[in-house]
Design a binder for this molecule. Structure first.
Ligand SMILES: [Zn+2]
Length: 405
């Protein structure tokens, strides 16, 4: 009888050293041919960890490289993400490049933001628009029948890889939809502004384009609207997707403002969404405060402060009235990708606030600790006096602010 497979979740120092050594070799490589040497060995080691269902050694090697070799750290993350989201699958004697993709949607609403299962007709409309405007000619692709909130995305490296595997197989088998069991989805946090994701996989014959921006459009009549070599630019494809994809998705987003971002490989789309969600939620918040309090943006004051754990993790931005110190509302501006304390994040936050019409801005340089409310888990926000406090939004018609839990 076959024994149940034991999961080896023990951290192996030898393996961690080997992963770090391969990533460092790749970072220091002097040529593309040498890159390929390190890449294939690193990819094989990473895949073995993903297949064993073990994230620990990958995480330990990442921690080690973060401290010792920032270039190798970047290469290693890139290699892990590649092993998770793309592969080569043989189907009916044809080799197929397969890629897990995400189509992010930024959205905000005073009411609730949808998540979970998407009805058949809406999903069919979305598929048509993706096929027409985003996917390359010879591709097959599958969509999961679900609108994922950030809490519902697959967690961790091997689980994401496992999910990608299901999507790849469905894509090469020319299935159009992957059914997601709604009972397996995590609960979604409620926010004024948030991101939603459509997830899927695209398959193309090996070496062929996956997305429209990779295709040469030789037969197009009008040349001047395209990139010089005849390709549609990403910007043009984004505009077409925003116009037509928004129409297809509108039935889902009743009572919400929403903006479609360019579908792309899972990790790249995710990072772009994280980056763009910050100015988007700033605009949403100022818009919400103006309309709910019935005041112009010029009556608001913003307080920006850095929040640290071991390193700088995020900025938190509070909103108060110009002449009051109570924090009415707060937003988190998280660092994304390789941003750190040397990035010009504060300048970006300030210019976003000015775009929203908020000109009264206080920037604090205290080292706040990442603190949350013990009762509801909400982040604490800086007040103009330099304390981290709970945001307290006034109830409609009430003079005194109330706690929102
Ligand atoms: Zn609380």
């Amino acid at each position: 009888m076959k024994k149940p497979r034991a999961l080896h979740r023990t951290r192996s120092l030898r393996l961690v050293q080997e992963l770090s050594r391969l990533a460092a070799g790749l970072a220091a490589s002097g040529s593309r041919i040498e890159d390929a040497f390190w890449e294939s060995r690193l990819a094989a080691k990473i895949l073995a960890q993903l297949r064993a269902g073990d994230d620990q050694n990958l995480e330990a090697a990442l921690d080690q490289l973060y401290e010792t070799d920032s270039v190798a750290y970047g290469e290693f993350i890139y290699a892990i993400e590649a092993a998770i989201e793309c592969s080569l699958l043989t189907h009916e004697n044809t080799d197929n490049d397969v890629l897990m993709f995400a189509a992010p949607i930024l959205t905000w609403s005073r009411f609730s933001i949808p998540s979970g299962p998407v009805s058949g007709p809406v999903l069919a409309d979305v598929r048509v628009q993706l096929q027409t405007h985003v996917m390359a000619q010879e591709t097959r692709f599958v969509l999961a029948n679900c609108l994922f909130s950030p809490d519902q995305l697959p967690r961790g490296y091997h689980l994401t890889h496992e999910f990608a595997g299901r999507l790849w197989a469905a894509a090469v088998n020319e299935e159009h939809y992957l059914h997601i069991n709604p009972r397996q989805l995590a609960e979604t946090g409620r926010f004024l502004s948030d991101t939603r994701y459509l997830l899927g996989a695209v398959a193309a014959p090996q070496g062929k384009p996956m997305f429209r921006w990779q295709e040469i459009q030789e037969s197009r009549a009008s040349k001047n609207v395209h990139a010089p070599d005849g390709r549609l630019s990403k910007e043009e494809i984004l505009q077409a997707w925003q116009a037509h994809g928004s129409e297809a998705l509108r039935p889902l987003f009743q009572g919400c403002a929403f903006e479609l971002l360019l579908p792309d490989s899972f990790f790249s789309a995710w990072r772009t969404a994280d980056r763009l969600a910050r100015p988007y939620s700033t605009h949403a918040t100022v818009n919400f405060l103006q309309s709910t309090l019935n005041i112009p943006a010029s009556r608001l004051r913003a307080v920006i402060a850095p929040f640290h754990d071991q390193w700088l993790e995020e900025y938190r931005v509070s909103f108060t009235l110009n002449d009051r110190d109570d924090v009415l509302y707060g937003i988190v501006w998280a660092l994304v990708g390789d941003e750190d304390e040397h990035s010009d994040t504060v300048a970006q936050i300030e210019s976003t606030l000015r775009e929203c019409g908020v000109t009264h801005i206080v920037t604090l340089d205290h080292h706040f600790l990442l603190e949350y409310c013990e009762e509801c888990g909400a982040p604490l926000f800086p007040n103009p006096e330099g304390e981290a406090v709970h945001a307290e939004f006034p109830d409609e018609g009430e003079v005194m602010p109330v706690h929102l839990h």
